[in-house]
Design a protein around this ligand. Structure first.
Ligand SMILES: [Zn+2]
Length: 313
């Protein structure tokens, strides 16, 4: 539903770079004033943007308002992010309490060397409407790894007006009421499709399913690199015989940043060529010089060859 909301007044407010905006909502017959207090933001207070499904842009130099582009929001799904940590992102889409409870959604989340991945299989929880802040603080205590919580001031306003939107089936940044309160890594993660997530068999941290499997166990990137590419990994000092190419370790990708502390470096990555030519390139790189230990990995792209860095003299 598109709510007809018009700007009826736009006046300079107090100090330079700020304006007061009065809005009238035709269908709900509401009228309120909202001072813009943060001169640097290009987006307005959440309440305004989300009532209209439209983002306003403020020209601060002349105090005038510029009508912005309507935002794509399929079926008017909107999301207010409450907070998150190393494994979970919590949001609400409705603040109309039922029997004193509102519904929050917990989205599994994995922080990988390639960025944040959001997961399928969201969990629904009920929170006491009069203690959302308490629930958020308890769920995402600041001592948790990667914990963040969003400011409650806008949430309180939304609760007061009984805000309600559709629960989305997936998440995009355009659906967020409060993107400016979310870490950049999380916003970047919203732009990728949902993934199947699972737990690492070693450290129990959330990781993307099937990205790193070793001995039929799901690993996170860190534990996979630390295990398979450690001293005990399948290193060799001579070219691979054909049959050994069938038994190479598999990984979705090799993260160079995780190789440094292992004293390992990637020396060749080949992709997009016929299998036989990729194998020939790997073996040519290993050569017969006996100049170190090598390990070839099969990735989503092709083959990557690693070499143990010689010990510093
Ligand atoms: Zn792990």
């Amino acid at each position: 539903m598109r709510v007809a909301t018009t700007i009826v007044q736009s006046t300079p407010y107090g100090r330079p770079g700020a304006v007061t905006v009065s809005l009238r909502n035709a269908s709900a017959n509401l009228k309120w004033k909202q001072p813009f207090i943060d001169g640097d933001r290009s987006s307005p207070p959440c309440l305004l943007s989300f009532f209209q499904g439209i983002r306003y842009r403020v020209r601060l130099n002349d105090g005038a308002m510029e009508r912005p582009q309507p935002k794509p929001s399929p079926r008017e799904s909107r999301v207010y992010v409450l907070g998150g940590n190393a494994s979970t992102l919590a949001f609400v889409s409705s603040l109309r309490p039922e029997k004193g409870q509102v519904t929050a959604w917990l989205v599994p989340m994995a922080w990988t060397p390639m960025g944040v991945s959001l997961g399928e299989g969201w969990q629904r929880v009920s929170i006491a409407a009069d203690n959302i802040g308490g629930w958020v603080d308890q769920t995402f205590p600041s001592e948790d790894e990667r914990a963040f919580v969003t400011p409650l001031r806008d949430l309180e306003m939304l609760l007061r007006v009984g805000w309600h939107a559709e629960v989305p089936e997936t998440l995009t940044e355009a659906m967020l009421v409060n993107p400016e309160d979310c870490p950049d890594d999380v916003l970047d993660g919203l732009e990728h499709p949902l993934e199947a997530l699972t737990q690492c068999a070693v450290c129990r941290r959330i990781c993307v399913r099937n990205h790193f499997i070793w001995n039929e166990r799901q690993f996170c990137a860190w534990d996979y690199h630390g295990t398979v590419f450690s001293k005990r990994g399948p290193w060799r000092e001579e070219p691979y015989e054909e049959r050994f190419f069938e038994t190479l370790p598999r990984a979705s990708y090799v993260a160079p940043g995780l190789l440094q502390e292992l004293s390992v470096e990637p020396v060749l990555a080949v992709a997009g060529l016929p299998e036989m030519r990729m194998r020939a390139l790997i073996n040519a790189a290993i050569g017969d010089e006996k100049d170190g230990a090598y390990l070839a990995v099969r990735t989503d792209e092709g083959l990557t060859l690693l070499r143990e860095r010689p010990a510093a003299a």
